[in-house]
Design a protein around this ligand. Structure first.
Ligand code: ADP
Ligand code: MG
Ligand code: MG
Length: 256
């Protein structure tokens, strides 16, 4: 269980300010959507949360359970239960997917001891656990013998990311455009996989340009309109419908 709090966050890339005072708070069990036009800084926010070295925090703070994580590396943040999916490079050439997942799972479990996670699962135990999760996200077992991201279709890659999320059980997952480049059937499949993985204690933040993936989710608690490097407006799921029907302009004008 974790509470993420982003306070007046200002972030620059190569000297140019992109995030201009982001405020956002998420709690356990909540599903959030961040929606906004292209180039508004959504991916910048995602990368900053995971400590991408190109993004410099110039003001504000990111708190996890009340403690600043600004000084922590990407790896240390991951070990605290943060997960960034989809736009993060996951290519690990020559490493079997299940081996990769088992190593990552065990490393995380060791870091998160006391969080009711199993540690040192045997290969056989882990395979059983993995199989259950494969079913959850709608992937076949033969998927495991293929190498990570080699020869996967767009939809498979994204489901593989959801599988990774299901297996690792992060406290907070940030999914950057899980719907980009997918046809409508694949979007629905990915949304269903996300819903199945959503846990009563976990937080899921979905960054997207389009409302279509959100419609397929079992639940959506908050929608944030993101533009010009800020969260301009927050509402419930109906805000996504309004954005789809009327575009971003009205929200931008309202807050101008
Ligand atoms: P979004 O994810 O909402 O489309 P991004 O966070 O990717 O937005 O980009 C926000 C802004 O950051 C862009 O408008 C652009 O000006 C700048 N930006 C993005 N990528 C780069 C880059 N590789 N180098 C320099 N500036 C960039
Ligand atoms: Mg973009
Ligand atoms: Mg983006």
């Amino acid at each position: 269980m974790a509470v993420l709090e982003i306070k007046d966050l200002h972030v620059s890339r190569e000297g140019k300010e992109i995030l201009k005072g982001v405020n956002l708070k998420t709690g356990p069990g909540e599903v959030h959507a961040i929606m906004g036009p292209n180039g508004s800084g959504k991916s910048t926010l995602a990368y900053t949360l995971l400590a991408h070295p190109k993004y410099e925090v110039t003001k504000g703070d990111i708190l996890l359970d009340g403690e600043s994580i600004l000084e922590l590396s990407a790896d240390e943040r991951a070990k605290k239960g943060l997960f960034l999916g989809f736009q993060y490079p996951t290519e690990v050439s020559g490493v079997g997917f299940s081996h990769f997942l088992r190593t990552a799972y065990n490393s995380l479990s060791k870091a998160m001891q006391g969080d009711n996670r199993e540690v040192f699962i045997t290969v056989r135990e882990f395979q059983k656990y993995l199989k259950e999760n494969l079913e959850k996200v709608g992937l076949k077992e033969e998927f495991l013998s293929r190498y990570l991201n080699e020869g996967f279709s767009g939809g498979e890659k994204k489901r593989a990311e959801v599988l990774q999320m299901a297996v690792l059980k992060p406290k907070i997952s940030i999914l950057d455009e899980p719907d980009s480049g997918l046809d409508i059937d694949a979007v629905q499949a990915v949304a269903q996989a996300i819903s199945k993985v959503a846990d009563k204690d976990a937080t899921i933040i979905i960054i997207t340009h389009y409302a279509r993936i959100l419609k397929f989710l079992d639940k959506l608690d908050f929608v944030h309109v993101f533009a010009r490097g800020q969260v301009l407006k927050t509402g419930d799921a109906s805000l996504a419908d309004k954005l789809e029907a009327e575009g971003y302009e009205w929200a931008l004008e309202q807050s101008a």
